[in-house]
Design a protein. Structure first.
Length: 136
């Protein structure tokens, strides 16, 4: 089950009329995220399979999943924020059960992302699930 933050995002997207507004909102979400310290922009935290540079740093708190993320591309940074809304705050054991493609489709992202961006999102989701499995 998605987090309340993700459900709020679904509601917000329902009110945005066109995709330019939705893209702008995604970029704003990314800008609002705290920056990842440069000390964590290391190969071990870099996500392979993304066209832009992406780093995900797991920061679970006990059995609650969380992560920080960063990208050199604004839209990708926003997509990290969307994934953060989807996964952060879930019990670590529940992360694997989230069907990210189905949830992203609720936002209409599936048909509005390029193939390259879609591959990047899949790579980020895979990394999130791997990290959660290791933490669990």
């Amino acid at each position: 089950m998605p987090t309340a933050a993700f459900e709020d995002l679904v509601e917000t997207f329902a009110f945005l009329d066109d995709w330019e507004d939705r893209y702008r909102h995604i970029i704003e979400l990314g800008r609002a995220m705290p920056a990842l310290d440069d000390a964590f922009k290391v190969p071990a935290l870099k996500v392979q399979g993304c066209a832009s540079q992406v780093w995900l740093r797991p920061t679970p708190k006990g059995d609650v999943f969380d992560f920080q993320g960063e990208s050199d591309a604004q839209i990708v940074r926003g997509l990290i924020a969307v994934l953060h809304a989807l996964y952060a705050g879930l019990p670590v054991a529940e992360v694997a059960a989230i069907d990210a493609p189905a949830q992203m489709a609720r936002l209409g992202l599936t048909e509005h992302l390029s193939a390259q961006r879609s591959n990047g999102v899949r790579a980020m989701v895979q990394r999130i699930k791997e990290v959660a499995a290791a933490a669990g």
